[in-house]
Write a protein that binds this ligand. Structure first.
Ligand SMILES: C/C(=C\CNc1ncnc2c1ncn2[C@@H]1O[C@H](COP(=O)(O)O)[C@@H](O)[C@H]1O)CO
Length: 229
């Protein structure tokens, strides 16, 4: 089966190949971006999410893996603690966390993103928004969550993690707990942050303390409670 590749809205905006076309349609696309913000805010305000936790993690986590089970457990425990759960709505770790949240009977939100190849939202999402622009979607993640948990992931997860860390470090968001779940997976990164970034004066030791690294989901949940409004 051939999967058809589509040109995404992000590509139209960012890729140099579309520069000429952008010049001609700039104002129209700005309206589209504006509309995406409005649609996101309206849907998420109407959802009355209260205290919600954003869960990041790999789109590639296999359904039959221990990591997927951990994601379900995390979503479930967050739900039991009274948190609604927001993910990217995709497969893998996102699906696992949505599944756990849905099992626990809390709101299970999926902030989907248009990608070059059809992905579809996972079946455990009950509040769904589909975004064309990554940056609009990131605003929604931050605005409607009061903390983040990151399961092992790739570039997408790193992007979300470091965006959040930068916003906390620069005090754009106040109390905002961030937990990295999985010491084996995340330990090397945190060691590197201390050695290279702190060691060479690029960040302060307190900046590393913005991250909790743990294998204990209950500890991660307790940490998330510090973000409660
Ligand atoms: C690339 C593949 C599936 C992509 N589907 C996604 N759907 C929704 N959100 C996604 C998707 N891919 C990435 N994201 C976001 O980034 C994080 C995961 O990225 P990673 O590189 O896999 O760590 C995740 O938290 C989402 O918000 C099939 O391989």
């Amino acid at each position: 089966m051939t999967i058809k590749r589509r040109v995404t809205a992000d590509e139209h905006l960012l890729d140099v190949a579309h520069r000429e076309e952008w010049k001609q349609k700039a104002s129209w696309r700005v309206m589209k971006i504006q509309a995406e913000f409005v649609g996101g805010f309206e849907t998420l305000e109407a959802a009355e999410l209260g205290d919600a936790i954003g869960v990041y993690g790999s789109a590639r986590t296999p359904v039959d893996s221990e990591e997927y089970k951990l994601g379900i457990e995390l979503g479930h425990k967050l739900g039991e603690a009274g948190f609604n759960v927001i993910t990217g709505g995709g497969p893998g770790a996102m699906e696992a966390a949505n599944r756990g949240a849905a099992d626990a009977g809390v709101k299970s939100v999926g902030l989907g993103i248009e990608l070059p190849f059809e992905q579809g939202i996972n079946p455990y999402v009950d509040i769904q928004i589909d975004f064309h622009y990554f940056f609009v979607r990131k605003v929604m993640f931050l605005k409607y969550s009061c903390g983040f948990c990151a399961l092992p992931g790739g570039y997408g997860t790193m992007d979300e993690l470091f965006e959040s860390l930068t916003l906390v470090q620069t005090e754009k968001v106040g109390k905002f707990p961030i937990a990295l779940i999985g010491t084996d997976y995340w330990g090397g990164l945190v060691d590197w942050l201390r050695k290279a970034m702190v060691g060479e004066g690029k960040i302060s030791p307190a900046d590393v303390d913005l991250l909790m690294v743990t294998d204990d989901l209950d500890e991660a949940i307790e940490h998330m409670k510090r973000g409660r409004h």
